[in-house]
Structures are given as structure tokens and as C-alpha cells.
Design a protein around this ligand. Structure first.
Ligand code: URA
Length: 257
């Protein structure tokens, strides 16, 4: 049975398209992508024959983006240096489509570090994590247990750049950001990690299944970790708020103990 397109339904579709970034300009000037196809031709392969008796130079191995990320993040001695290392990291494609690097918000040194997934449209515009609708809900959730990003919580994401159209990050993108995340945790030195959503579970615990994992303490990077469902999921599924509330109380109790 077809449902009639009511103004409310049309508005919902429109909101959804905007959330996906349909009204975002990716660059300042338009690009004719149909025209590009003819212009970009693969360079002809050049056969290089070694002269007799000459040992051909070793072709350098392809760069390993994870190794580069590890070296860059280990070299960072504080949070500002880590942000600068991320800003000059050139191996993640997401960087090219993003407007801003989204590094952190909240209080460095706070006991609680919240790790979200990736910036959305609003975060990409502002360069701060969790400032859109999900972020506003996150603030209310934290407030309900007397925490706030101003005083007692430090916030970051697994990915510092917005994926195009808010698509899920690819496994290799998560992998190359992991060394930065590990160093970020080391430098922010929280007592407790709260990881929100499946991407964060994948990056921190190496597994997914947030509906099963949520509310059960785990350990990673030598710290207690509480997986919770993502606030964006709670916006779509208000019935899950009850479990999220139980998880917040669990967090509050742990902070008191
Ligand atoms: N969702 C996230 O996981 N992080 C943000 O910063 C915003 C939305």
C-alpha cells in the first residue's frame, strides 16, 4: 500500500536529505565530473630496462598509512602537537572532502573521555565534535548525571574528518586513525572511556555489536570502558533511552566509587 506524501512526510524526507549533506557545497567552484572522465587518462606504462651489469634500484615500498600514523602520533608530546600531527597527516581520503579537522571539545584532563564516531555536517562546519542534534542530546544526557563538557568531560571522535554523505567509515580509515586515537587517550589521560556506537566499539574494543555490548564494562588502553548506544540512535529510537539511562547511572556510580 502506498502512503500519501503529506507535508510532514515531505519535511521528514527533506530533513533526511539535508542530514546527508545534499545542500553542502564540497568546493568553491563547480566541477564537471562527466568532462573529467575524458581528461584523466592513465599515464602510459614505461618499460625501464636495466643496463647490462647494473643492479636496478629497489623500488620503494608503498607507504604504510598505519605506520606513518603511528610515527606521527608517537612524536606528539601534548594534545596541541597531536592535533598538528593529525592536521598534517595526508593518507586519509576523508580529509580532502572535509571542511575542518574535528579534534576535541571539553576539558582536557577530565575524568571522563567520550569517544564518538565521526563528525557530521554541523561538526564539520564548526570544527568541534557533537554540536549537532546528537550532540545536544549528549549534553542533556551528561547533564542528567551532573557532568558537562565545560567542567568534567573531554570529547573526541574515532575519525577527525566527516565522511562524505555521513557514510560509515571504511575499515582501513578506522585502522589508520587508531594510533592517533590511542595517543589521544594517553595524552588526555582520563580515568574512564565512554565509547558511543559501533564504530567506536570497533576502534577501541576491536568488535561491534553495540546492542549486546552496551552497559557492560570492558577494558582497553589500560582503562575501564563503558560502551553506550550513540545519541543519534537514541534520536531515532526513543525506546532505547531507558537503557541509556541505566548506562548513565552505571557511569555515575563508577565515578563515585
Ligand atoms: N556523531 C558522532 O559520533 N560524533 C560527532 O561529533 C557528531 C555526531
Amino acid at each position: 500500500m502506498e502512503s500519501a506524501l503529506t507535508p510532514e512526510l515531505a519535511r521528514t524526507y527533506l530533513d533526511w536529505l539535508i542530514e546527508l549533506g545534499a545542500d553542502d557545497a564540497i568546493s568553491d567552484a563547480p566541477i564537471d565530473r562527466y568532462g573529467l572522465q575524458d581528461k584523466v587518462k592513465p599515464a602510459p606504462a614505461v618499460a625501464v630496462a636495466a643496463a647490462p651489469g647494473v643492479i636496478p634500484a629497489k623500488v620503494p615500498d608503498e607507504v604504510d598509512p598505519v605506520a606513518v600514523a603511528r610515527a606521527a602520533s608517537q612524536g606528539a608530546g601534548d594534545l596541541a602537537a597531536l592535533k598538528a600531527a593529525l592536521a598534517s597527516y595526508e593518507h586519509c581520503e576523508l580529509k580532502r572532502g572535509a571542511r575542518n579537522l574535528v579534534f576535541c571539545d571539553g576539558r582536557p584532563g577530565a575524568r571522563v573521555m567520550v569517544i564518538g564516531e565521526a563528525p557530521g555536517r554541523d561538526e564539520d562546519r564548526e570544527g568541534r565534535p557533537f554540536v549537532g542534534r546528537a550532540g545536544q542530546l549528549l549534553d542533556r544526557m551528561l547533564g542528567a548525571i551532573d557532568l558537562s563538557r565545560e567542567t568534567s568531560v573531554y570529547i573526541t571522535n574515532v575519525l577527525p574528518w566527516r565522511p562524505p554523505q555521513n557514510r560509515d567509515p571504511k575499515p582501513d580509515e578506522i585502522l589508520m586513525m587508531q594510533p592517533f586515537l590511542a595517543r589521544h587517550i594517553e595524552l588526555a589521560a582520563p580515568d574512564i572511556l565512554v565509547i558511543m556506537g559501533n564504530i567506536s566499539c570497533q576502534a577501541v574494543l576491536g568488535k561491534r555489536g553495540i546492542t549486546r555490548l552496551r552497559g557492560t564494562w570492558a577494558e582497553a588502553f589500560g582503562k575501564p570502558v563503558l560502551p553506550m548506544v550513540h545519541p543519534a540512535y537514541l534520536l531515532r529510537t526513543p525506546a532505547a533511552k531507558r537503557e541509556a539511562w541505566a548506562d548513565l547511572l552505571e557511569l555515575k556510580a563508577r565515578l563515585r566509587s
